[in-house]
Design a protein around this ligand. Structure first.
Ligand code: LLP
Length: 424
């Protein structure tokens, strides 16, 4: 065993994680090796206190600085009823980007008035579902949608509150695939187009224009673009409601130091107070920053191969975490029964899927990895479960909540029968 003196778990692990007396990773009071044995692997483990404490932290930060504010969880980050239920219990609303996410939010007990419906290509059915559910806001993304929604709302005799999505032509420093604030975007209305769209909604009796929506991108580690976005849309006039989206980045690796919720909120509220005043209703929609660090994935090492590199292959991969393949995202990896071992062998942690790109972590330092070891990748709570798939017929992993030494499955493992459940 390699020396562990002085080493400690990095801040990318869920709050309250520690190394227990056996030297094993402990999550929410539960031994990670035991969790893997009890529930099998791959396994998403959510530390419930981490999730709930982050929800309270961001809500407190907003309410401390702005009297009329609301936090909506971007459910796309972890679209799981148990997660939504926990966040609803903490007083959050949510944003949904499809009829399916709306169904999950309603099933989780989210108050419809606290739901914001998104989507750049909402179907008539989805718009009808949002109207029927009486969601708080529907975010208008195009003129076609405006006309469609106006007709549906008129049929129902329901004056739906809407926000108009504006792209403020502000680009944050993030992966191009998750940058959304630029003018040349599939989302919303550009600044030059927005005034006519605002007029069009105002002259539609069945719709009530509450305000504007802006989301500039995701995994942003700098705050200046958030203030720039507020300044850009302030030029469009003053509205009752502003929803400034999500986007706050998180630490995936120990070297990353993202801004706190407090500084993110301070940046947005500061710009809002300066540009728009203190009286507006201010909504924010964090997804990743609420859930990413709450969760780890546990795998079992299947093989270790040494050629040019050392390849540690696990029983999951791009079916449970697509982010390294989609965005070149970096993660940490450790062995659950010796997580503090340092100075191990440089390895690539590969998945089980039939392509070379299926590599979860490059250049991880692992201490003598061997088949049967439980391997952990932290920071998998955001867009992991969300983008899981059945490539190679691999059943999707269960989700387990841990708290005070107790573990409970909230989503079961998929079965082979599930893979055939839709066959007709
Ligand atoms: N609001 C809107 C309208 C959004 O489109 C998004 C994310 C959010 C809020 C939440 O953003 P967050 O706080 O999570 O950054 N699959 C990608 C991320 C796509 C984000 C899409 N929109 C990934 O794994 O990095």
């Amino acid at each position: 065993m390699t020396a562990t003196a002085g080493a400690q778990l990095s801040h990318v692990y869920p709050r309250g994680s520690r190394v227990n007396e056996r030297g094993h990773l402990e999550l929410g009071g539960c031994d990670a090796v035991e969790l893997a044995g009890r529930f099998g692997t791959p396994l998403y483990v959510v530390v419930e206190d981490d999730l709930r404490s982050r929800a309270r932290e961001v809500a407190d930060a907003l309410h401390a600085r702005h009297a009329n504010g609301g936090v909506l969880f971007a459910s796309k980050a972890f679209p799981c009823t148990a997660v939504l239920r926990a966040l609803a219990e903490e007083g959050l609303g949510c944003d949904v980007a499809s009829g399916g996410e709306l169904a999950l939010a309603l099933a989780a007990g989210m108050d419809p008035a606290g739901i914001c419906m998104h989507g750049n290509a909402k179907s008539e059915r989805e718009l009808r579902e949002a109207l029927d559910a009486r969601v708080g806001h529907i975010v208008l993304d195009s003129l076609h949608e405006l006309r469609l929604l106006a007709g549906l709302a008129e049929q129902l005799g329901h004056a739906q509150e809407v926000l108009l999505r504006v792209t403020p032509d502000v680009a944050g420093d993030t992966h191009a695939k998750i940058s959304t604030g630029q003018a040349d975007s599939k989302f919303g209305f550009s600044l030059p187009e927005a005034p006519a769209a605002i007029e069009a909604v105002r002259s539609t009796p069945s719709l009530s224009l509450a305000g504007l929506h802006v989301h500039i991108g995701s995994q942003l580690l700098e705050l200046a673009p958030f203030a720039a976005a507020v300044r850009a849309v302030a030029s469009l006039g003053r509205f009752d409601v502003y929803n400034f989206g999500g986007g706050l980045g998180v630490a995936y690796t120990a070297d990353q130091r993202p801004p706190s919720f407090q500084s993110w909120v301070q940046t947005i509220t500061g710009a809002v107070h300066q540009q728009l005043g203190e009286g507006v209703r201010l909504l924010i929609e964090p997804g990743r920053a609420l859930v990413a660090n709450s969760t780890v994935t546990l795998y079992t090492v299947q093989t270790v191969k040494r050629n040019v590199s050392t390849w540690v292959a696990v029983d999951g991969g791009m079916s449970d975490n697509l982010r390294p393949m989609m965005y070149g995202a970096r993660y940490e990896a450790a062995l659950a029964d010796r997580p503090l071992a340092t100075g191990g062998e440089r390895c690539h942690v590969a998945g089980k899927h039939c392509e070379s790109g299926d590599v979860l972590v490059r250049d991880a330092l692992l201490d003598d990895p061997a088949p049967g070891d439980v391997l952990v990748t932290p920071t998998t709570g955001a867009y992991g479960y969300a983008m899981a798939n059945n490539y190679n017929g691999v059943p999707r992993p269960p989700v387990v909540f841990v708290r005070d030494g107790q573990a409970r499955a909230v989503v079961r493992r998929e079965t082979y029968a599930d893979l055939m459940a839709r066959d007709v």
